[in-house]
Write a protein that binds this ligand. Sequence first.
Ligand code: C2O
Ligand code: CU
Ligand code: CU
Length: 468
Amino acid sequence: STSEGADRYEITQREATLQVLPGISTPMWTYGGTFPGPTIESRRGRKVIVTHHNELPVPTVVHLHGGRTPAAHDGYPTDLVLPAAWSHLALHGGHAGHGSAGGHGMTDARAVVTNRQRAYEFPLDQRATMLWYHDHRMDFTAPAIWRGLAGLHFVRDDVDDALDLPRGDHELPMMIADRAFDADGRLAYPALDPTLTGQPGVTEAYLAGVLGDVILVNGAPWPVHEVDTGVYRLRILNGSNARHYELEAVAENGRTLPLVQIGADQGLLAAPVRHEHLPIAPAERYDLLIDFGGLPVGSRVRLANRLGTGRTADVMQFHVVRHGASAPIPDRLADDLPEWDRSQATVIRDFAFRAGRMNGRHGWLIDGQPFDPARTDVTTRLGDIEVWRLIADVHHPIHLHLVGFRVLSRGGAEPLPHDAGLKDTISLRPGESAEIITRFDGYRGRYLFHCHNAEHEDMGMMANLEIV
Ligand code: C2O
Ligand code: CU
Ligand code: CU
């Protein structure tokens, strides 16, 4: 609904039993009863208020990934929306104290009751792009996303509209995410299976990040999507906890269809970049055009994953079922990309993303430390431009909240073609370093940066950034 200059949405977080695999019931945690949750459509600069009601059995946190959001609404990992069910427990506590209105129990009960829902406000004063909202509770983000707490949120603007890119049924939002299922159709998550663990909650499969053997696109396994011979705009999110893909579109004659990149995590590029195949790490988004013109009606195009084996080598298929109008691919896109220069940077900071031991256990650490909500790791001034040098031991997709950044270098050399544009997540390959540059503008407050391998994040590879 629309009121007071804001678009308002209500989302109830609740358990639902969905048919993800044909004919099989899978209990999930959902935003509003579906997986993915409802897709939200917004205009740049128009405020959106999303009220989340928590009817799940656990506390939750909502983060709008890629959103330029004031800190109080950014979904800090300890800023919990408590379960509605807990209010009854707390009220019991109050009654046990004989109902003294000023008693400690009653105070707690009120606190809990007010926390079972939360209105998140998003100014969305940012370039048009596709964002995703997902759970972000400290230590439990990975299993919460795995169980279904993820959805897409589009921001549109006039720059994007004016390009006349494919839209309507020629624009396909695609949340790609792998999952594993047990014999009864329940989602299988190794860290939660005590029979697999020596130490409770820790398995080899968990340490590297949890992988599934079923590839879902928008919650459906290996879907077949009917298309015409026109140009389609694919809005792709890798919503997997830990799986990397390298996408390639292969026609039946073996020919590879180019994936023409027009946008990155934070909106349109200056000019399109053609890829024969395209790596995509967890949390990255790519905005692509694909042209089915020239293919015979009746033919199929396989969207393959060159990093997969067996079933995970396939993502989905396009089935060309009719003729469609071809559309030109513009050769210039947006001219509002920030062009920051190293010479503008007030500071160069180094961050190492590496495994280490903490409390006798394996952990994923930033500069040797696990996440601590009570520690400020970086303090920066609003408006400052900074260069960050990031280095990784194994594959780590590194994400910054609030800001978009440009990639200055990778592995001591030029950025790769898919590093183009404004990003909020950069995929560091094993042993690789990269330099990014950004301007910390927007809002003051406490934000995060972290690895977006969701299990690495839960195991501590996250840090606090305070903008003052
Ligand atoms: Cu996708 Cu800290 O988030
Ligand atoms: Cu984020
Ligand atoms: Cu990582």
